[in-house]
Design a protein around this ligand. Structure first.
Ligand code: RNT
Ligand code: ZN
Length: 426
């Protein structure tokens, strides 16, 4: 099919879909306008298996961060990573953000330890983000470091090591502030630490009290919340930290509520049948905001590529139905090294945007009314009918107006990039 033929098919299908949605009380144009406003935070670490550019060494897994697979072509330098991200963005409709880890600093080839990093080590990222109209989010890196090798950082029982990580946290907040200020868009800084024990500890209390003190020391200075926001991320367990995680859900829930920080909910950080979608409304009742790490756990916190499954749709529904989308920061967090890394990024980002689009295409007011009237029969019937409405036609149209490929045509393009660029990296 020629391009213009293809466009005609998309436009005709969209016109028909628009009518079908309208019959259900949904204006697709309004839904797409809402979707256009959503920025998702693209995680830089999908491009190089959480390696970073601090020094020429791969990820030292800790606390269960583990990229599996050895698909060729991972980014080996900042330039390669930027090239890959630019490529990814050509397939993702809308304006988005980039989520950087501290270990992705631009140190100009000279090693700088984590407690010494400064905004200038991220200036080239800020400039690049500005040129590409991207917002930036940030993460201190509490892993892949000799001072994290025994599995403890902010809760370490050695004062010196703990202070080192506190200093890293403080340094990162300054960097985040510079990012937010220069890009004129608040930078969300997410604190995740791997601290935990493989086997059952006898003292569960002391590390948690140390973590509490460390966090308070990091957050002691009130930085301008107009430019940056702090989030804390809990975890249930990690490989090598199966029995005890210092930063558990309860710990951070209490911390975030008492300090009015954001909570980061990672889809893989709970019991295998526990979902994060239902947690959003509870948390928003007490917190200034929530950060999401949209991920796909398969049997454990495996960080598989996000796909359009039930839980993703429920997360998206909760984001939209909560009516508080401006308080919800949506990030991706997965790293699959077993398939083309660009494709992995694209698949997950497009799945997330599709899920959000489907959520925006709900006749929410009508459904709420049915619920309030006690008509649970119609509520269930409507929800089932909505599932077979032609959201694919709306998606294709959305891609078309955003100048990104609709349908599967992007795959060919990624393959061409693999052949021309990725395959040359070994
Ligand atoms: C680890 C956490 C954390 C990391 C990133 C790289 O289990 O999910 O968010 O994945 O910081
Ligand atoms: Zn996460």
């Amino acid at each position: 099919m020629t391009t213009s033929n293809n466009e005609r098919v998309i436009q005709n299908s969209y016109a028909a879909a628009r009518e079908q949605y309208s019959a259900m009380g949904v204006d697709t144009e309004v839904a797409l306008k809402n979707l256009q406003k959503v920025a998702i935070s693209l995680h830089c670490w999908q491009g190089d298996d959480v390696g970073g550019f601090e020094k020429p060494a791969a990820l030292l897994s800790g606390g269960g961060i583990q990229a599996t697979g050895n698909y060729p072509g991972k980014a080996r330098s900042i330039d390669e990573l930027r090239g890959d991200i630019s490529k990814v963005l050509t397939f993702v409709p809308g304006r988005h953000r980039l989520n950087l880890h501290a270990c992705y600093l631009d140190n100009g080839g000279t090693y700088i330890d984590r407690d010494k990093i400064e905004p200038r080590h991220f200036q080239s990222w800020i400039d690049w983000a500005k040129a590409n109209k991207l917002g930036l989010d940030f993460n201190p890196t509490f892993f892949s470091h000799e001072k994290a090798a025994d599995g403890f950082t902010l809760s370490h029982n050695d004062n010196g090591i703990r202070q080192f990580w506190v200093d890293h946290g403080i340094a990162c907040r300054k960097i985040a502030q510079a990012m937010g200020q220069q890009l004129n868009s608040p930078c969300v800084t997410n604190f995740w630490i791997p601290d935990g024990y493989k086997d059952m500890p006898v003292d569960r209390m002391a590390p948690r009290l140390r973590l509490l003190k460390s966090l308070d020391a990091i957050f002691a200075k009130n930085i301008d919340s107009g430019h940056s926001l702090d989030a804390v991320e809990s975890k249930l367990f990690g490989i090598g930290a199966e029995s005890y995680t210092v930063g558990s859900h309860e710990f951070y829930m209490g911390y975030a509520v008492s300090r009015q920080k954001l909570i980061c909910l990672d889809a893989g950080h709970f019991h295998p049948t526990e979902t994060i979608s239902d947690k959003l409304s509870s948390m928003l009742a007490f917190l200034p905001g929530v950060l999401l790490h949209v991920s796909r756990p398969v049997r454990w916190d495996s960080d598989h590529v996000v796909i359009l499954n039930d839980e993703l749709q429920m997360i998206a529904q909760e984001i939209v139905r909560s009516g508080q989308i401006e308080k919800i920061h949506i990030g991706l967090d997965y790293f699959d090294a077993s398939i083309n890394r660009i494709a992995a990024w694209v698949i997950g980002s497009r799945a997330l945007l599709k899920a959000l689009m489907i959520a925006f295409l709900e006749p929410f007011e009508e459904l709420k009314k049915l619920e309030a009237d006690g008509d649970h029969t119609s509520r269930l019937a409507m929800l089932e009918e909505l599932k077979t409405l032609p959201f694919g036609a709306v998606w294709d149209h959305y891609c078309l107006v955003n100048n990104v490929p609709s349908g599967a045509s992007w795959i060919e393009d990624v393959k061409a990039y693999e052949k021309a660029i990725l395959s040359k990296r070994c």
